[in-house]
Design a protein around this ligand. Sequence first.
Ligand code: GTP
Ligand code: SPV
Ligand code: MN
Length: 592
Amino acid sequence: MTSKSRGPAGPAAGNATLAAWVTQQAARTKPDRVVWCDGSEEERRRLTLEAIAAGILVPLDRQKRPGCTLHRSHPNDVARVEQLTYVCTRSEEAAGPVNHWMAPSEAYARLGRLLDGGMTGRTMYVVPYLMGPPGSKFSKVGIELTDSVYVALSMGVMTRMGSVALEQLGESPAFNRGLHAMLDGHPDRRFICHFPEDDTIWSVGSNYGGNVLLGKKCFALRLGSWLARAEGWLAEHMLILGVESPEGQTTYLAAAFPSACGKTNLAMLVPPRRFAGWKVWTVGDDIAWLRPGPDGRLWAVNPEAGYFGVAPGTNEETNPNAMATIAHDTIFTNVALTEDGDVWWEGMTPEPPDRLLDWQGRPWDKHSGRTAAHPNARFTSPMKNNPALSRRAGDPGGVPISAIIFGGRRSDTVPLVLQSFNWTHGVFLGATLGSETTAAATGEVGVIRRDPMAMLPFCGYDMGEYFGHWLSMQRALPNPPKIFQVNWFRKKDGRFLWPGYGENMRVLAWIIDRALGRSGARETPLGWVPRAGDLDLAGLDVSAEDFEAAAAIDLPAWRRELASDGEWFAKLSRTLPRELALQRELLLARLG
Ligand code: GTP
Ligand code: SPV
Ligand code: MN
């Protein structure tokens, strides 16, 4: 820690670029104090106590939730704000038709006015962080300057934070420049601006998750995707997991599902009884950085070190590994507080406790007529708490990916599982992925939108060019992963047809068999699907009728889907790769 007396450059003295940049931003924002974070346990304890004293964190019961705290964000600041998130490239075309765009000069001027003296009376925390394992060629360094102690503490959980990052950086000027100021928190003064040409992110007016934990969506995905295109790799909104067979063979999969569509749950899956002897290991639950290896396979690392997971719906049945992970040393955001100092959310137990304080700190009981936890309430936990953490989660070389899965939240049309005919067709499946919107972003919930590769809110450049980049990866991958599409969320009469969660293991087993060339399949116009008997359904509590409805291919619905894909592609027409338009034509012809 460095106080103002040593100057804002603090321990960066050896890195002149870093020292100069921090000094410059401190001169802009004028904090009373500058504190450099070193990532130590002592520092974490001290900042937590300061945050408790300031009323920013509420300590939880030491027996029930050791090392845990609760944070309540402002009720108008509870999710990512896509309409206030900008890609600020010199040309509007570089950002593409689905990103919000602002000219860099305008963004720097507008946010610069807000940031001028924006930390007066406050502390600026200098948070050096490393995305990816130390010493890995995948890894990148960011520095986040923030006036939020909640952000500094959360970054300490979500990333490899402190000295480890400064060591990796050394004297290099190649670090992401992140600046975050809470300001007065008014939505009129809230902007999340990305400057990919300057490796810079400015975030003002929020103190929530993906808006402010700049290593996560802002750096690892929006700027990451920009760097990945230039450097020949992929930065994706994907979980990474390893499935170990009873014989001890582990196969690694990566899966892209939109926000709040099941990544954390799949990454921590506990196989059902039928799969005794099988084990699923978590490598990552939200973000994957993937690179072609010298062996022609695709290798992946999880750049994060923690989980910022959805709380509602998490319980001992759906996700026992998450429940163990959040048993200690966790920061909870916008969950309900029990009378004995523990947390609660919808779906944690069948019945709520008699009395709670809701996520806004107001008295609550089950007659209150509102949810106790916010639907986007979250936990922030170190990945080392996870009993299912893969031994290779921190492997600097990454893990080899045998299959990529795309999935959305679709109450109709999309079948339980299908396999693409080839890489190009797989990219088409990803590019046309549709999903119902969720509480992870502000706005209407339950509206179907195209969310290609689950990256709609996270791609830092033109979406058509992003698809082109995906297609071009095949040249670097003589041994590419096989590509699949899944849907756990198909419904009939308002209820899910497929039980999901642990039972998704049955689908993973087929995917692995297909990826390793061990199982048959039936060809349909949409892709390869399991033949009767290919999916192991023994001991599954689902009627044959429901299973068939979950797996059914509804051709009229697919004709409507293709019309919607056509509108989506028209929006991207300037840069849409011809191969993808052709894939759509071919599918139209197959549907007749
Ligand atoms: P982000 O952190 O926003 O990127 O979300 P995520 O993709 O990690 O989603 P998560 O695993 O947290 O799940 C979101 C919600 O979907 C939770 O309420 C889960 O209980 C629910 N969910 C997850 N998997 C399944 C499933 O297989 N079936 C059903 N019906 N619901 C699921
Ligand atoms: C998501 O919305 O996809 C998340 C949560 O993982 S946030 O960090 O807010 O982006
Ligand atoms: Mn996510």
